[in-house]
Design a protein around this ligand. Structure first.
Ligand SMILES: [Zn+2]
Ligand SMILES: [Zn+2]
Length: 365
């Protein structure tokens, strides 16, 4: 067991408070990771705000990166001292996992949002014995240490910065995977990306890698559109003042080949469906509010797919993204702003205002 420091919310809507927690020794299939950096993702903020029911008090955080400091008896894939990025949990045994789609694992919701460890993995504990929940996305990495299944970590090179590795395990692989695995984007194509936070910007970079000719980024925050331009958007659209349909019509008269939506906003989705060509794909990443609707007539002749983690296999996608970054084709560093761990509230506030696209918390030495 190690006594760690974690950012705990005691109830939905409460601030994160740095609190001592006990992180147990690994079960047979687990590794304990000394977290060095952890990204903040919109899902953390949504869950903290009560958007999805998880028990409290809980340790959130699901974009951890760090150094393996203990391994379970059955672990052979990583060893103490290895540097790793952490990703989502999957069961490893269902039909989806078995066919190479762990993001679509039949137990995905239970394992990532259920706040209960997988069988054989010990739970986080509070030093005073009071209730404490963890296992968020199988990791709960808003903490100096995290217990995670070995199959949910990917090794990273010794010289690759933790603050760039952290967001690979969720937002970056989600945006990139949406383009690469959930659409048929080919060289010369036209793609629209609605909302250019970290996920949307990752989609923009993936579209560049895929050779798309027109990469149209839509947002209502000028600073984020600026970043989108910097990572390869060929056209930016301020959704408040420009009509996406006109922009697309001028560049690709038949319509866009694909739309990646990270907004979940029905009016934005409806406009993008009108800008999408027949046979084109709308890949929806945001989960929306639950009572949203878009007229079915807009779907005639179009494909719509709901994206989960970009259908990524983290042990493949994370090294692939690192290799692209090294060759200069995936400029991740333009997304990341670092904050000390104890500035988590400032980091979240900056993410909400758009001052930071991808805040990454860096742990003290
Ligand atoms: Zn599974
Ligand atoms: Zn996430």
């Amino acid at each position: 067991m190690v006594l760690a420091t974690a950012a705990v919310i005691t109830e939905h809507g409460a601030d994160f408070v740095l609190t001592p927690v006990e992180v147990p020794d690994p079960g047979p299939f687990d590794v304990r990771v000394r977290i060095r950096a952890v990204g903040i993702c919109h899902t953390d903020i949504a869950v903290a705000g009560g958007h999805r029911a998880v028990p409290t008090p809980i340790v959130l955080g699901h974009e951890g990166a760090g150094i393996v400091e203990a391994v379970g008896a059955a672990v052979t894939s990583v060893a103490v001292g290895h540097r790793v990025a952490l990703s989502f949990a999957s069961c490893g045994a269902c039909a989806a996992c078995d066919s190479g789609h762990p993001a679509l694992c039949a137990s995905s919701l239970a394992l990532n949002f259920g706040a209960q460890p997988q069988p054989g993995t010990p739970a986080l504990r509070s030093p005073d014995g009071s209730a404490l929940y963890g296992s968020f996305f199988g990791q709960s990495s808003f903490a100096t240490h995290a217990l995670v299944r070995a199959d949910a970590v990917a090794r990273i090179p010794d010289d690759f910065p933790f603050e760039l590795a952290a967001p690979l395990g969720c937002s970056v692989q989600t945006g990139a995977g949406a383009v690469w695995r959930n659409t048929d984007i080919r060289p010369g194509d036209t793609i629209v990306v609605n909302g250019v936070g970290a996920v949307g910007l990752s989609a923009v970079m993936a579209a560049v890698v895929s050779g798309a000719e027109h990469i149209i980024a839509v947002d209502i925050t000028e600073s984020r559109l600026e970043v989108a331009r910097g990572v390869g958007a060929t056209r930016v659209v301020d959704g408040r003042t420009e009509d996406l349909r006109d922009v697309v019509r001028r560049l690709a008269p038949a319509g866009a080949d694909a739309v990646i939506d990270t907004t979940g906003a029905p009016s934005v989705i409806e406009r993008s469906l009108e800008a999408l060509r027949l046979g084109g794909t709308l890949a929806m990443i945001a989960s929306g509010r639950g009572d949203d609707s878009v007229p079915l007539s807009r779907l005639v002749g179009k494909r719509v797919v709901g994206v989960l983690e970009g259908d990524s296999v983290p042990s493949h996608s994370i090294p692939q993204l690192i290799a692209l970054h090294r060759s200069g084709r995936f400029p991740l560093e333009k997304l990341v702003t670092t904050y000390p761990f104890d500035a988590i509230s400032t980091a979240i506030a900056d993410m909400k205002t758009g001052k930071a696209v991808k805040p990454v918390l860096v742990m003290p030495d």
